[in-house]
Design a protein around this ligand. Structure first.
Ligand SMILES: [Zn+2]
Length: 283
C-alpha cells in the first residue's frame, strides 16, 4: 500500500494574509470548523489582507464539482482560527491550557454552502471524508508522505520532526479531535453544531473512528516496524547455563554470576530498543 491508495484530493497552498510564524505550544488537538460558505470564498477571504485577521490551516470543499483541500497556513505556523476562548465550551473541562489556543491546534474548515437552500449548513459526505483522510495523513503519515501529499511546512528540516513527534503523542479520541464550539462555546454556537439543514453537527465519533481506524489500518500509513537485529545468547553460554542448571539451584554465587551475565543481555536489549525508538522518531 502507498500514499496513492489513500486517494486524498489534491492539497494546494494559498497563503493566508494573517497568521504567526512558529508555535509557542505543542500541537494538542485538531479543530473542525464549518465555513458558512464555500472553499473558494474562504480562500479569497483568508488571502485578503484587508479582512479581519482570521485563518485556519486547511479548508476542504468542492470547486467545479471536485473535492479540493486548500492549505492556508504552514503546519508549523500558528493560524488564527480558534483563539477566542470561552469557558462555556468543553476545552477547560478537558484540562487544556486556555491561553494560546491557536498555537495548540491544527484547524480545518469545511464547506457547507452549495448554492442550494435544501443543503444549507450541510457538510457533504465527500467533504467530510477528505477531511478525515487529511487528518489521518497528518496523524499517521511519515514526513516523506506529508511532503509527497503536498502539505506545506515552513521549515521541513527542523520543525517537521518536532511536529511529527508532538502529533504522534496526541490521543486519537473525541477530546483531541474536536469542533470549534468546544473551545469557543457561546462565542461560536454553530461551529460546528446543528444549524440550518444540518441536524447532526460535527460527527465526532465518525471522525474519531475513521481517523483512528479506517484510514490508518486500511491504508497502512504507519510504516512497517524497522527490521530488528536479534540479540542472541551465544551457544557456548547457553550450553554452559544448561550444564550448570543443577548447580545454579544450590550455588548462590554461581546463580548471581549467571544473573549478572543475563543482565548484560538485558542492557543490550534496552540499547536495541533505544535504536528502534530513534528510527521511529526520525520517520
Ligand atoms: Zn469555527
Amino acid at each position: 500500500m502507498t500514499l496513492a491508495d489513500l486517494k486524498l484530493p489534491p492539497i494546494t497552498f494559498h497563503r493566508a494574509a494573517h497568521y504567526t510564524e512558529g508555535r509557542t505550544e505543542p500541537v494538542r488537538a485538531f479543530v473542525n470548523h464549518r465555513m458558512v460558505g464555500t472553499v473558494a470564498g474562504t480562500t479569497s477571504y483568508f488571502q485578503n489582507p484587508a479582512t479581519r485577521p482570521v485563518s485556519t490551516h486547511f479548508g476542504v470543499g468542492k470547486i467545479s464539482g471536485k473535492v479540493v483541500i486548500h492549505q492556508y497556513v504552514p503546519l508549523d505556523d500558528t493560524a488564527y482560527g480558534n483563539g477566542n476562548y470561552d469557558p462555556s465550551g468543553r476545552w477547560d473541562d478537558w484540562g487544556y491550557k486556555t491561553t494560546e489556543v491557536n498555537a495548540q491546534t491544527v484547524s480545518i474548515e469545511h464547506q457547507d454552502h452549495w448554492g442550494d437552500d435544501s443543503l444549507k449548513g450541510i457538510v457533504l459526505p465527500e467533504v467530510q471524508e477528505a477531511s478525515q483522510k487529511l487528518q489521518a495523513l497528518i496523524r499517521w503519515g511519515t514526513i516523506a508522505q506529508w511532503k509527497a501529499a503536498g502539505i506545506t511546512i515552513r521549515n521541513w528540516d527542523t520543525n517537521a520532526p518536532i511536529l511529527r513527534k508532538e502529533i504522534s503523542n496526541i490521543p486519537v479520541d473525541g477530546h483531541h479531535i474536536i469542533m470549534h464550539w468546544d473551545i469557543a462555546g457561546a462565542l461560536k454556537p454553530y461551529c460546528w453544531r446543528p444549524w440550518q439543514k444540518d441536524t447532526v453537527g460535527f460527527p465526532r465519533s465518525t471522525y474519531v473512528a475513521r481517523i483512528r481506524d479506517t484510514y490508518r489500518e486500511a491504508l497502512q500509513l504507519v510504516p512497517p516496524p524497522p527490521v530488528v537485529e536479534t540479540v542472541t545468547l551465544p551457544k557456548a553460554d547457553y550450553d554452559r547455563l544448561l550444564a550448570e542448571k543443577a548447580t545454579l539451584l544450590t550455588d548462590k554465587a554461581a546463580l548471581v554470576a549467571a544473573l549478572e551475565k543475563a543482565n548484560g543481555y538485558v542492557a543490550k536489549l534496552l540499547l536495541k530498543l533505544q535504536d528502534i525508538q530513534a528510527v521511529i522518531d526520525r520517520a
